[in-house]
Write a protein that binds this ligand. Structure first.
Ligand code: ADP
Ligand code: MG
Length: 324
């Protein structure tokens, strides 16, 4: 199969979204064209995933398609943007049709779930890697940045933390194995890793309410620290308040806390919100969040009043930093 046949067969179908969208020219021309309504800002973000670095070797292609787009789209959720389109740069060792079918299926399911249409891409041969650029729209000036947190704001997180990190313990060589060979709790955390769900409705619901937001990809401490740095503030977190799933508690016992603090891949949101905005927020939105702490003037991150001293806790994952 040639490059153009491959694009035609597996990716062109993803360029047709059921329902209205703002792509005027999709794949097939020199560029794609998306119309940006006046009064909107275009919000976009690029993520690259490399086999063996961001996902295991021989990872199931349908899982990869979903996970790659979900991870990229999570950044739109963290800004409060509504997804519109994406482009895909795919590097493949070979044109394996069954792999491509699985990948396109997972990707298409995710795109439909998030309201994204494929606008174009690039296809090359080499070690397996993909880059996804996602585009979204937001009313002008309404994007939620990392830099808006102010002393007194509450710190809240969505969902439960640590699940996807715990899944890494069960992935190992079993990345392709039958999910039914796992216990219900193991299957729960594995699903959290394989099938992240960007918190798009929550992000959009926080417009005008939250002062800062970030999606938790590297771990709560690391990602909250990015907000603190960008906003020139500090925070105190009450560790006992951090939401942890029953499955994680059963699997890891007292160790669950460390997963919730340090491990990433959950793609939940961490937000700061003035108390008055929190009080007045719709109950349906508040239900999805847990308040875990407060923003303070003194820089640095504290857990139950004690400073977090380890740099590796607050810096998060860095591809180029040497491990000590
Ligand atoms: P050019 O040489 O002009 O850069 P390409 O040959 O790379 O164009 O791509 C031709 C068309 O196919 C472009 O419109 C591009 O967006 C689209 N395309 C290439 N690869 C993909 C892909 N993986 N998914 C979707 N569209 C793709
Ligand atoms: Mg061209």
């Amino acid at each position: 199969m040639g490059e153009f046949e491959l694009i035609r067969q597996f990716f062109m179908p993803l360029a047709r979204l059921h329902g209205p969208h703002s792509i005027i020219v999709g794949p097939g021309d020199d560029c794609a064209i998306q119309r940006v309504p006046s009064g909107s800002d275009l919000v976009f973000s690029l993520d690259t995933l490399v086999e063996g670095v961001h996902f295991p070797f021989h990872y199931r292609p349908d899982y990869l398609g979903w996970r790659a787009l979900a991870v990229a789209t999570s950044d739109l959720a963290a800004m409060g943007a509504d997804p519109t389109s994406y482009t895909l740069a795919l590097t493949l060792p070979e044109a394996d049709e069954s792999w491509l079918r699985g990948f396109a299926c997972g990707l298409g399911k995710a795109a439909d779930a998030f309201g994204l249409v494929l606008a174009g891409g690039d296809t090359t041969r080499g070690p397996l890697a993909l880059s996804l650029q996602v585009h979204g729209l937001i009313p002008r000036g309404a994007a939620i940045l990392r830099s808006g947190a102010r002393p007194g704001d509450l710190v809240a997180v969505s969902g439960t933390l640590g699940d996807a990190g715990a899944a890494l313990d069960y992935l190992g060589a079993q990345a392709c194995s039958d999910p039914q060979s796992f216990s219900a709790d193991e299957a729960f955390v594995l699903k959290r890793y394989h099938h992240p769900e960007p918190r798009l409705e929550l992000g959009a619901g926080l417009r005008g309410l939250a002062t800062a937001a970030i999606d938790i990809s590297d771990g709560l401490l690391a990602d909250l620290s990015h907000i603190l740095e960008a906003s020139s503030v500090g925070a105190n977190i009450e560790v006992a308040r951090i939401p942890v799933s029953a499955a994680l508690k059963r699997l890891k016992g007292t160790g669950a806390r460390d997963y919730a603090l340090h491990s990433g891949d959950d793609y939940e949101l961490c937000v700061t919100i003035p108390e008055a905005n929190w009080t007045g927020a719709p109950p349906s939105l508040k239900q999805q969040f847990t308040v875990i702490g407060v923003i303070e003037e003194a820089p640095g991150l504290r857990l139950d009043g004690a400073a977090v001293v380890s740099e590796s806790d607050t810096l998060g994952f860095d591809h180029f930093r040497r491990k000590s």
